[in-house]
Design a binder for this molecule. Structure first.
Ligand code: NAP
Length: 214
């Protein structure tokens, strides 16, 4: 279905030097995520962006989210027409919770020469002190915090500055993040339209599988 996915990670020996890692639950993926990845790709001159759907989220009950493989498929559908985007199944293949530090260490084994930019929502980065081994994670990557318009930066700068050495943190304001997965799930539940908030293939898949109906 997809030209290149993470099952190829082990075989890859590329010298790509700047890699974006787009971490998220993607339940479901939407245009806000795609615009974020494209914007980061451009702003930081990334060679590629690897979407990394969370497998078992460490901070949520797994029954609260659509099954990992399904979120992974939706991510592939949403990104397959962009040559700069890949999707990894590294986290969704694990039977244990997805800890960012472990993912970064595994990626470092594959991309030894590369610089990482871990891209995710600012709301998630605010919680970084509660992540597993935040210092170790921070030593492996720079962070890109995607914000919705009107988001106050003060909160998350405070939390990340407690990590020593203070990691490199970039803010990326993405107006398209007015779209949110929470709103999409609520809309489905209420029988309201989600078309044009996410790629066509993805909303059709959501309807065919009856996701988010209860
Ligand atoms: P979340 O709490 O579901 O999302 C927090 C906010 O960030 C939401 O507003 C979300 O919007 C937005 N967001 C999430 N991913 C985004 C992305 N890639 N680009 C732009 N906005 C994004 O957070 P999550 O999705 O579960 O986790 C985010 C990342 O942090 C994942 O890679 C996860 O593994 C990592 N994390 C690691 C640990 C740990 O290592 N212990 C703990 C927590 C999170 P939408 O709902 O619209 O996506």
């Amino acid at each position: 279905m997809k030209r290149e996915v993470a099952t190829n990670d082990e075989r890859r020996t590329t010298n790509v030097s700047k890699i974006g890692i787009m971490g998220g639950t993607f339940d479901p993926i939407h245009y806000g995520h795609l615009v974020t990845a494209q914007e980061a790709h451009h702003k930081f001159k990334l060679d590629k962006v690897i979407f990394m759907p969370v497998g078992i989220p460490p901070h949520k009950h797994s029954e609260e989210v659509v099954e990992a493989r399904q979120r992974y498929f939706m991510t592939i559908m949403a990104t397959e027409d962009n040559e700069a985007f890949e999707v990894s199944d590294m986290e969704v293949s694990k039977s244990s919770p997805s800890y960012t530090v472990e993912t970064l260490m595994a990626l470092k084994e594959i991309y030894k020469q590369s610089e990482f930019y871990f891209i995710t929502g600012a709301d998630a980065i605010i919680e970084i002190l509660t992540w597993k081994e935040p210092e170790k994670a921070a030593a492996l990557t720079k962070f890109v915090a995607a914000t919705r318009p009107g988001f106050s930066l003060k909160k998350f700068k405070g939390s990340i500055s407690k990590i020593k050495p203070v990691p490199e943190l970039h803010e990326l304001e993405v107006p398209a993040l007015a779209i949110s997965s929470t709103d999409i799930r609520r809309r489905v539940l209420q029988g309201r339209p989600i078309r044009y908030l996410l790629p066509d293939k993805v909303w059709r898949y959501i309807h065919s599988k009856s996701f988010y109906r209860n």
